[in-house]
Design a protein around this ligand. Structure first.
Ligand code: ATR
Length: 483
């Protein structure tokens, strides 16, 4: 079940919120601690105003909530709310059995016993879940994984605690996969909210529409993306709709990763079928692969890993993804020479792709030694970025691979005089249009966006994952981002 956590100040607003998100949710949690004192007095009416099972919760500040009342007043609010038809009440682990339990039992309200830890995943988590379960209908733990090894502990809950009614939530950025794959952990529900009432929470629409999290079952094939900044990745918006488009029971989930080794262990555990690799792991994954393609060997970087019988295979779809939007121009002789700005990881693959298509390349980089290194491997020219004016009117293609323009309205070759015949290509995906491209457009140049490369490489990755072409009927919507 997908459960919407309500953090509105009034009952009326809470009801409106439920109506707005109704198609994405199966359950709601009314948080008394977000209601004003006056509105809290009306809380018992809430279940009759919505057509979904309701949980009532009054979260203390120490557990991440807002209720700063005395314990007696807090419980009094809960007791009053329990006059309404709530299906569940959330009672914290440390509360001794008392009037809340008695009233819940008398009124047929199920008890969720909850434990919160905002700093870590406690070592004794499984025994604590079993202890909680003894005192309640449902045991709930919301803990904070500090790395991928902790995430593995949470996924092991299903094996360790089979048959126990439970809710297990990994909070914070490492915990995001546990929220999406809640059914794989044997969790009764996952919480969602637009206002992030707990760290790492996703919106109901993201969980239901993008991930189809409630449809995950034992047979669902899991795919992933790993990196140190995957939460803003657009790739889930390519793969998940693609899977739906070919009616493949599969899900593509972002994993923030701190250790590649631990992730490979988790990948075995979850039987992950394949995954995308982003910064900074494109090199580090190589040592775990049993088979790599020629491109991976040449470029020295892998962005796609696929499970094969007995081994992991590494491929590089960045290479083809980059070429896809300009392939025709190269074939038809409109691109014979190129300037590549930047000499980071992405630049290496791009220079290699262009050299392989017989394009003359000059790499310009702020740090000359990095440009020289790539130039030597790929047999091409290099120069300092500051000398860019020397190349005006000399090239057919300019590829922007530096990080300049990612979070600022800056062009690394400000004032470069374009003839209007150049093709300008920026590999930055956010923002879609950088200053480099805006200036190129203003000069009448043909431009290519980083998003084109992202979609092209994603579609190839999809083929590597599934063995099927990306469905033509699906247009990935990258306007909103994945989370
Ligand atoms: P990636 O591997 O993702 O390409 P990277 O290795 O950090 O990322 O490379 C970033 C590129 O942007 C490099 O070419 C970097 O230039 P240096 O090699 O001189 O560091 C370039 N870059 C970053 N900030 C820059 C700036 N302010 N001006 C010019 N180039 C910059």
């Amino acid at each position: 079940m997908i459960c919407l956590t309500l953090s509105e100040p009034t009952i009326q607003q809470a009801v409106e919120r439920v109506k707005k998100e109704r198609e994405y949710i199966d359950m709601v949690e009314l948080r008394l601690d977000f209601l004003t004192k006056k509105e809290c007095e009306k809380a018992s009416t809430f279940p009759s105003l919505v057509d979904l099972p309701c949980i009532v919760t009054n979260r203390r500040v120490q557990d991440g909530g807002k209720c700063a009342l005395s314990e007696k007043q807090r419980r009094a609010q809960l007791l009053a709310a329990m006059d309404g038809d709530f299906k569940y009440i959330d009672i914290e682990e440390d509360l001794k059995r008392g009037e809340l339990d008695e009233k819940a039992e008398a009124r047929g309200i199920k008890i969720i016993r909850s434990l919160h830890d905002f700093s870590c995943v406690p070592d004794d988590i499984f025994s604590r879940i079993q202890q909680l379960r003894k005192r309640a209908d449902v045991a709930k733990v919301a803990v904070t994984p500090r790395g991928i090894a902790d995430v593995m502990t949470l996924f092991n809950a299903q094996k360790e605690l089979e048959g126990t009614e439970k809710i297990i939530i990994g909070m914070g950025p490492y915990g995001v996969p546990t929220r999406i794959l809640y059914k794989r952990m044997g969790s009764m529900l996952t919480f969602c909210s637009d206002n992030q009432t707990a760290p790492g929470q996703l919106s109901s629409r993201t969980l239901k529409q993008l991930y189809r999290a409630d449809r995950v079952d034992d047979k669902t094939a899991i795919y992933a993306i790993i990196g140190n900044n995957v939460m803003s990745s657009l790739s889930p918006c390519i793969h998940n709709p693609g899977f739906a488009g070919i009616k493949y029971n599969a899900i593509y989930v972002p994993f923030l990763v701190d250790s590649v080794r631990a992730f490979f262990a988790l990948a075995e555990n979850l039987k992950i079928r394949g995954f995308s690799v982003t910064v900074p792991y494109k090199l580090e994954v190589l040592s775990y692969l049993g088979n790599i393609t020629r491109e991976v060997k040449q470029i020295g970087a892998c962005n796609t890993v696929v499970r094969m019988p007995g081994l992991w295979k590494g491929i590089n779809t960045d290479y083809y993804g980059f070429l896809a939007p300009i392939e025709k121009d190269i074939e038809e002789g409109r691109i014979k020479s190129a300037l590549v700005l930047g000499a980071g990881g992405a630049s290496n693959a791009i220079v290699w792709a262009l050299r392989n298509r017989n394009v003359r390349v000059t790499i310009l980089n702020r740090t000359l030694s990095r440009a020289e290194k790539i130039a030597q491997i790929n047999i091409c020219q290099f120069d300092k970025l500051e000398n860019y004016h020397d190349y005006e009117g000399q090239v057919d293609l300019i590829v922007q691979t530096t990080t300049v323009g990612y979070d600022s309205w800056e062009n690394p070759v400000e004032g470069f005089r374009l003839t209007g015949r150049e093709i300008c290509y920026d590999i930055i995906t956010k923002p879609k249009e950088t200053k480099f491209l805006a200036d190129a457009k203003a000069a009448g140049c043909t431009v290519h966006y980083g998003i084109e490369m992202l979609i092209a490489q994603g579609k190839l990755q999809f083929e590597a994952f599934t063995g099927y072409h990306y469905p033509r009927s699906v247009q990935p919507d990258l306007s909103t981002g994945s989370l």
